[in-house]
Design a protein around this ligand. Sequence first.
Ligand SMILES: Nc1ncnc2c1ncn2[C@@H]1O[C@H](COP(=O)(O)OP(=O)(O)O)[C@@H](O)[C@H]1O
Ligand SMILES: [Mg+2]
Length: 447
Amino acid sequence: MKIPILDKLRSYLFLKILLILGTALFFTIILVMVSHQILIVHMVFPVQQRNSVNYAQYIIKSLGTPPDIQKAQEIVKNEKIQIRWSGPGGEWASSKDLIGFQKLDIPAFPEEKGIYAGFNETGLCIDIKKGEWRYLIILHFKKEGIPYVVGVFAVIVLCSITFILTSIYFAMSWLLKPVRILHDAVRQMGEGNIDVEIATNRNDELGKLTHSFNIMSRKVREMLHARERLLQDVSHELRSPLTRARVALEFLDESNTKTSLMDDIHEMETMIIELLETERLKSQYGGLKLENVNISSMIQGLCSEFKNQEPGIKIVSMAENIFLKIDPKRIQILLRNLLDNALRYSRIGDYPVEISLREKANEITISIQDFGSGIPEQDLPYIFEPFYRVDKSRSKKTGGYGLGLSLCKRIMEAHQGDIEITSKPNVGTTVFLKFKNTGASSNPNKK
Ligand SMILES: Nc1ncnc2c1ncn2[C@@H]1O[C@H](COP(=O)(O)OP(=O)(O)O)[C@@H](O)[C@H]1O
Ligand SMILES: [Mg+2]
């Protein structure tokens, strides 16, 4: 049987360690109590019991038979004890409210018959039968001292345990702080923020782990930067030869070869523009030219641009007159790319691509849904990488260079928005574009 709380407990290292320490403390206390029981109760107490019985017998002897009241009063005064007896001469007690024989409730003294000795509410009592007489000697009173001592002891123990547990709690949370920070940093890195570094001045294992994490994150950063630099440099270097090739081609006579070469050069130029554009957008705000744009009309305009392509585009929900502060050229590139994908990866006979624009209190979402071939689950995490394509043969019939989505992601990031893709093979793909619904997105004409 699974208990949800236990499962939850299992997932906290901090609680586990606390639990281990708590258990250790618990067993330490048990051990102390058991050894106390053995040492005090089983070894010291019998000795004390025997001494007390001897002392009581000595007092009874000095009282004489029948006991002498005057002598008793003297002993009570000097020894600070209490005495009661009963016998043929009647009953006597050193104080009016002294406990009676019938209420004693103390254990029998194992070494001699007719004697009882031990603690009760009143204190250490010795009950001795001698001939026709029965004596009760109370050696010291619990009221004066014992409850107080027990109380103080309990308070000290409780305070110490509370203090120890609180100290352990704070010590542990200090000790495990790097784990929490590391967890946070790893999560951030997983979300794509590779600029994380953790400050630490610890030298223990966790400090070393933090240090290694920093080295790893630096290496990853360097690798990614090197890759991006390479792409950028190659694009730059290809630009001029391509232009020269195009100019040279213009002088050739018209032929099929010329058209085909022109097409290839055009495609490569587009690729280079996309690469460089992606790179440029990475710099802060990427030189965006922000304007208040009616995104509703922009989408409608773009849809009519694509209206002749199979299987067509259907507007399913369109919030009217939504204004967004965006770079219109870049957003058009983005939407064109996504619509192009949706149409390109739909098959003959599939449902038309569905597009919608929805406004929420803090978010404006554009969704583009197709019912085409879809993207396999294992490819989804890489779909925004430059040059990534599902079709590994990279046939020109089934797609482009694989740069479109990486540019789309950069454009959304530059706009501080989000792009998400959900997809299922043979069911279809949906792309969500999420923009913050800030004050800038309201219709300026309304004001
Ligand atoms: N709507 C979609 N349906 C199915 N696959 C898609 C869709 N959009 C993108 N893909 C897959 O993602 C890859 C990368 O897309 P993209 O960056 O736009 O490059 P491409 O130039 O190939 O269209 C595509 O090659 C394709 O395999
Ligand atoms: Mg594309």
